[in-house]
Every structure is written in structure tokens, then in C-alpha cells.
Design a protein around this ligand. Structure first.
Ligand code: GLU
Length: 441
């Protein structure tokens, strides 16, 4: 039975980078008919916030990425303590007392000598007396996992065969001096106890994976299959990390991005499969294959989401937007027609507000000096009575006859006078929606 998890830390809003991880794990579980767990990695009580937990859930629900189960690390602290005790009993955990400044100094020295900055395990040489003294002076130490200095290898679902020399990695700290269990241990305990079979996460976790494979083995668990996806960069290959704040899912939602546009892009970006707009999550599941993803950094351009969003909206039936349109104040009798006309002219639903304002109040007309007389003459000829889709043709036909104007010279000044814009919906279809003109009926 396939079990995957998405394990965000609730220390901020989730962004497109997190979504890539969430989506891949979700799709693997759905494709295999397995279980998708939302795991909240909230072992850090200072940085974890309940509002972010709520936001993560809301964002995933908005996208339709429903989880089968939710787990919270803060409720499993006893499990981690128990695992830590077992590791301690096995002699796999040791207490170390270096201050951050001391560690920093050690790292600098190593780098100066051209050596990798790996923790030197000085704490292993401490006698019980020395430890007692340090504990008195500095408080309890941190607990490090003693790596077995061998090569650690795995077949990565995206990277292929990976091999890391454990001697090139510092013994990871699993428990802080204040007793707080760190992610490296908590995640291993959860993955093992929850039967997680597949872990997809960012390439920044590759070293963690190496150490976690050894910790899992020490605890007698079975390592899941790992896959590490590349990190996203900006459109020019620039690091995205600094801009991820503006690429939060809620920010994209506020900008009007449609869920299926975002999911369709993210399920394909960085893979050999083309980005194609999908209309349902089931379709995404069907076409998903993790082995099609490459290891190279993946370019992400938020602008790509808008043409996709426009496509989604062009296909959207009125019933699905009726509430949104009603909320704008569009009268029910013209609302379906309003949508039919506008859906081809908007990028996001946010654009509807301006179009409705234009229909309701009219626009500041733009009239070229040279067209002033023509426009005045044409406006005086605006048809009376109910307007329909023939009205524009009838009106401009009559104006053409009266003024001798034709083509662009006839139509553009009228569009500019009525909408204040050069572009927009087909005037034949827009005219009957212009309320100020209707009001004259
Ligand atoms: N909380 C971790 C993170 O957000 C989870 C990493 C993992 O998937 O194991 O980076």
C-alpha cells in the first residue's frame, strides 16, 4: 500500500516550491490508490503558528489536494523521546556541548585548511566528569547521531543512483539542548511508524536523506523510496528563494490564478511532458509519472499562470460563476449574458469588476478632436428601445450611411467613446450590456 506525505512546517505561508512537493506526493498516492498524509512539522513551538496551519489547509483545499489523514508532530513528542532513548541505549547518540561560536570557529579552521567543514566529534572523547562539568557550566548539551562512516546509497526516483560518503557529513543534531526534538529524527520516526513508502522532497534534502537512511536502519525501520525534485528558479535561472514570499499560494489566489491552471503547470514543470491544461485532478493523476522529471533546476515564471487561467475561464459555464457575478451586483436578467461576453475577455475573475463597472456606469469616453462631431452625430442616432445583438449592426449601418464613414474609422471612435478602451469584447455583444444606454430605453 502506497503511503506518501506532505510535511510542511507551519512557519509561513506555503508557496509554489512547497506546492511542487505537495503535488508530487499527492499524485503518487492517488495514482496508486494509496494514502496521502498531511503532516504538520510543528516541533518548534516558537516558530510554528496555528494561523499557518489553518492557512496550509485552506490553500491545499483551494487546490483540491485533499489529504486522507492529518498528523501533527507536536502530538507525537513521546514517540520521538522513545526513539531517542533507544538510540541512546544503542550508543548511537552522544551529547555535545560546543557553542555555536565554537562550531563556527572549527568550521572556519577546517575550511582554511582546505578540509570539508564536518563536525570533528570532539565530544566523543569527553569523559563522564568532563561532561558533568560542561553540563554544569553550559546546561544540557545537544544530542548528535553517530553516523557510520560508510558510503550511503539509494536509487533516487528522480536523481537516479545517489551515493554519499557519510564521513563528509556532520553527525546530525537530533535533540537540542532544551530537549526539543529536531526534524531529522521526528521525520524518521513518523515515516517509519506511519508506513510511508514514498518520499518526494526538494533537492535541498539530499544530505538529510543520507543521514535519515542510517537513522531508520538503526531504529530497525524500512527506508521509503526517495525522490528529490530540483529546486525552482526564476525565469532567468535566478534563485527564487528571496521571491518565494510573493509566490505564496494565497498571493497567487488573490491575483486570480485558477487552481487547475496552477496544478496543470506544476504537475508538468521540470518534466519531459508538455504543460497542458487539465480540467480535473483525475486527469492530472492519470498523466503523472515521477520518472519523467529531471534533476536540473526548474524555471518558474508566474506569468505563465495567467494565459492558463484565461483558458480555464473561457471554458467555465455560467452556473459555476453565478455567485461571483451576483456578488458584483450584476442583475440576474443580464448576468448569464454578461458572463458569456466577458469570459473571453478576461485573464482572471478579478477583471470582471472593472468590466461590470464599465457596463453599469459607462466609461470616461475617449474622443479624438477630429472625431468629435462624428461621435456626437452617432450618439444622437443611438437606437431606442430594447437593445439586442442586432442593435450595433443597425446603429453603425445607419451611422455609416449618414456620415459616409466606414471600417476602422467608423468603429474605433465609437468603441473609444463608449468604453474608453481600444480593445475589449465584441461591440455587437457588449452594447446590449451597457446599462446607461439601456436606461434610455
Ligand atoms: N518539514 C520539512 C520541510 O518543510 C519536511 C521535509 C520532508 O519532506 O521530509 O522541509
Amino acid at each position: 500500500m502506497t503511503v506518501t506525505r506532505f510535511a510542511p512546517s507551519p512557519t509561513g505561508y506555503i508557496h509554489v516550491g512547497n506546492l511542487r512537493t505537495a503535488l508530487m506526493n499527492f499524485l503518487i498516492a492517488r495514482k496508486a490508490g494509496g494514502t496521502f498524509i498531511l503532516r504538520i512539522d510543528d516541533t518548534d513551538p516558537e516558530r510554528s503558528k496555528e494561523e499557518y496551519v489553518d492557512a496550509i489547509k485552506e490553500d491545499l483545499e483551494w487546490l483540491g489536494l485533499h489529504w486522507d489523514r492529518i498528523e501533527r508532530q507536536s502530538q507525537r513528542l513521546d514517540r520521538y523521546a522513545e526513539a531517542a532513548d533507544r538510540l541512546r541505549d544503542m550508543g548511537q547518540l552522544y551529547e555535545a556541548f560546543e557553542t555555536p561560536t565554537e562550531l563556527d570557529l572549527k568550521r572556519k579552521k577546517q575550511l582554511n585548511m582546505g578540509r570539508p567543514p564536518v563536525y570533528d566529534r570532539a565530544a566523543l572523547a569527553l569523559s563522564e566528569d568532563e561532561k558533568a562539568r560542561l553540563r554544569d557550566e553550559r546546561g544540557p548539551g545537544v544530542w548528535r547521531f553517530k553516523l557510520d562512516h560508510q558510503r550511503i546509497g539509494w536509487e533516487d526516483g528522480i536523481l537516479g543512483p545517489v551515493s554519499i560518503d557519510a564521513a563528509s557529513v556532520s553527525d546530525p543534531v537530533l535533540i537540542r539542548g532544551d530537549g526539543q526534538v529536531l526534524y531529522t529524527l521526528a521525520s524518521v520516526v513518523d515515516d517509519t511508524e506511519m508506513g510511508v513508502t514514498d518520499v518526494v522532497r526538494g533537492a535541498d534534502h539530499v544530505t538529510n536523506t543520507a543521514t535519515q537512511i542510517q537513522i531508520i536502519a538503526a531504529l530497525g525501520g524500512k527506508a521509503p523510496d526517495f525522490a528529490h525534485h530540483s529546486l525552482l528558479t526564476g525565469p532567468q535561472g535566478d534563485a527564487l528563494s528571496k521571491r518565494l514570499g510573493t509566490l505564496s499560494l494565497r498571493d497567487l489566489r488573490a491575483r486570480g490564478v485558477e487552481p487547475m491552471a496552477l496544478l496543470s503547470l506544476m504537475a508538468r514543470l521540470g518534466s519531459s511532458d508538455p504543460v497542458e491544461l487539465r480540467t480535473s485532478i483525475d486527469e492530472l493523476v492519470e498523466g503523472f509519472d515521477i520518472t519523467h522529471f529531471g534533476a536540473a533546476p526548474t524555471k518558474f515564471d508566474a506569468d505563465d499562470l495567467f494565459p492558463l487561467t484565461a483558458h480555464v475561464l473561457q471554458e467555465r459555464p455560467y452556473e459555476q460563476v453565478a455567485d461571483t457575478i451576483a456578488a458584483l451586483g450584476v442583475p440576474g436578467d443580464i448576468a448569464p449574458r454578461f458572463w458569456e461576453v466577458m469570459r473571453e475577455n478576461i485573464t482572471t475573475l478579478n477583471d470582471l469588476g472593472d468590466w461590470w463597472a464599465l457596463c453599469r456606469d459607462g466609461a470616461e469616453p475617449i474622443i479624438d478632436e477630429a472625431d468629435r462631431e462624428f461621435v456626437a452625430q452617432a450618439m444622437a442616432m443611438l437606437p431606442e428601445g430594447p437593445l439586442d445583438e442586432d442593435s450595433w449592426g443597425n446603429w453603425t449601418g445607419a451611422v455609416k450611411e449618414a456620415t459616409g464613414r466606414k471600417g476602422r474609422g467608423l468603429f474605433m471612435p465609437l468603441r473609444l467613446a463608449l468604453t474608453g478602451q481600444q480593445h475589449g469584447p465584441d461591440m455587437r455583444r457588449l452594447l446590449p450590456l451597457l446599462q446607461r444606454i439601456r436606461a434610455k430605453e
